[in-house]
Write a protein that binds this ligand. Structure first.
Ligand SMILES: NC(=O)c1ccc[n+]([C@@H]2O[C@H](COP(=O)([O-])OP(=O)(O)OC[C@H]3O[C@@H](n4cnc5c(N)ncnc54)[C@H](OP(=O)(O)O)[C@@H]3O)[C@@H](O)[C@H]2O)c1
Length: 432
């Protein structure tokens, strides 16, 4: 009978370290893979708009890079985590540095009004304009005078001697009050010595998620009042003084979700938090919802209203031009988790405001001559996060009940309703 022999100590002592070694190296590679998966998921989620725009712009190049990555992984056995890191670095370089054209410089002295100019993209845009080569007057409209003055001081401290002719003027503007909008326009006139405003940048906004805001003193939804109605009023008061006004508005990629409510079955609307109306705004919305309290959907609705307003503006004011910015994620203080020490921006997932303002600068400074587009018939345009100019609602998902033609009707109906409210409650005698 064969006797079971215990493994010799020399065998055992030789095997254990190699087992330990291989299990610790597989643990390390598991940790690397896990960290890469988590990091890549965050990166893709926050850069999704840039990735989508890039794919739409350069489909062949994106496809070729994808195939090349598969080849390197399968044939050349390059670790996928290394490829993921290299791809993310390449994407940041392409979208944040390579693809963006140099910022155009203004040809002549401009007066630019920016709402919500004390922080985020409003502040960065004011700063970049002030640092621009050509002379410019930047009127910073902010809800808090103290914050506005501090922001203006910071900008003045950063302007160089070559941008000495720049004038940065902080003025109070609380968009929750129509009276404040009228006072602001009066102060602008005084501050510019009657010079007309060339560009109005309707930028201020906030995310009303999780906030309970009952209807305001006008009986209206507060978020719709601040983000759309007051901006509409401001534009009407300024275009009266300068029919060639350029209107620029910070909308958001979130407005595209308003096309989803035509693609998804009604039962799913509540699950994804969508307003049922096609394109988020319809007659029943205008008749009832704008008089209701703010809820989770209202940010998207307000951003949708910004695009509709821009789209309609030159049809009502034929000498004007208008551009809505379809902004992707940009690191600002708009949401608590976007500011602080460890943020999606500091992790490299999200664009910093300094880079993210490129489409704003393009919209403000690029000439867009009247002769190149029939603005009074075609209406305003949008600029995406990579600086591409597009017709509003021109992506393929705007179809059916939210087709471009339907959205043109919606923009007219929103205009009519906004005018009616502003005439009755906003003291607007020039609104029509
Ligand atoms: N950051 C993004 O990823 C992102 C993406 C898409 C669209 N956007 C849009 O970009 C715009 C700017 O936001 P941001 O990201 O730069 O955020 P932000 O840093 O929070 O700036 C928002 C600005 O709006 C002002 N504001 C809010 N309510 C106002 C009111 N009733 N009256 C006057 N000013 C008011 C704020 O003033 P206070 O400082 O007094 O609060 C602040 O100056 C918003 O319209 C937002 O919807 C941002």
């Amino acid at each position: 009978m064969g006797k079971k022999t215990a493994p010799s100590s020399s065998n055992g002592s030789n095997k254990e370290p190699s087992n330990n070694k291989s299990s610790s190296s597989s643990l390390i590679s598991m940790i690397i893979n896990l960290v890469t998966v988590v990091y890549t998921s965050g990166f893709v989620s926050f850069r999704i708009v840039e990735i989508a725009s890039l794919t739409a712009l350069f489909p062949m190049q994106v496809l070729t890079s994808f195939v090349a990555c598969i080849f390197m992984m399968k044939v050349a056995k390059v670790p996928w985590s290394l490829l993921a890191i290299l791809s993310m670095a390449a994407l940041v370089w392409i979208t944040d540095d390579y693809i963006l054209e140099p910022i155009p410089s203004s040809q002549q002295h401009m007066v630019v009004v920016i709402t919500g100019a004390n922080s985020g993209v409003g502040f960065e845009t004011a700063k970049a304009l002030a640092q621009n080569e050509n002379p410019v007057t930047v009127i910073m409209g902010c809800r808090s005078v103290t914050k506005c003055q501090a922001a203006a001081e910071t900008i003045r401290a950063t302007t160089t001697s070559s941008s000495r002719d720049t004038n940065v003027i902080p003025l109070q503007l609380d968009l929750s009050s129509f009276e404040s909008v009228h006072r602001f326009v009066d102060s602008v006139k005084v501050a510019t010595f009657g010079l007309p405003v060339d560009v109005l940048f309707n930028n201020a906004g906030y995310v009303p998620f999780e906030k309970v805001e009952t209807p305001n003193e006008y009986g209206l939804d507060p978020s719709f009042t601040s983000m759309h109605l007051s901006h509409h009023l401001l534009a009407e008061l300024l275009v009266k003084q300068n029919p060639r006004l350029r209107l620029v508005a910070t909308s958001s990629g979130t407005h595209h979700t308003c096309a989803m409510n035509t693609l998804l079955p009604k039962q799913l609307h509540n699950v994804v938090g969508l307003t049922n109306a096609p394109g988020c705004i319809d007659r029943s919305y205008l008749a009832t919802n704008i008089y209701s309290a703010t809820n989770d959907d209202k940010y998207i609705v307000a951003k949708m209203a910004n695009v509709l307003h821009v789209s309609e503006f030159p049809r009502r004011h034929p000498s004007s031009t208008s551009i809505a910015i379809d902004l992707g994620w940009v690191g600002t203080s708009i949401q608590p988790w976007m500011s602080g020490q460890i943020t999606p921006t500091s992790l490299g997932w999200m664009r910093s405001a300094r880079v993210g303002i490129y489409p704003m600068l393009q919209a403000i400074l690029q000439p867009f001559p009247q002769e190149n587009r029939n603005w009074s018939q075609q209406g305003g345009v949008t600029i995406d996060t990579l600086g591409n100019i597009r017709e509003p609602f021109s992506y393929p998902w705007w179809r059916g009940d939210a087709s471009p033609e339907t959205m043109k009707v919606v923009s007219k109906e929103l205009w009519t309703k906004s005018t009616e409210i502003l005439q009755q409650q906003g003291g607007c005698t020039v609104c029509q």
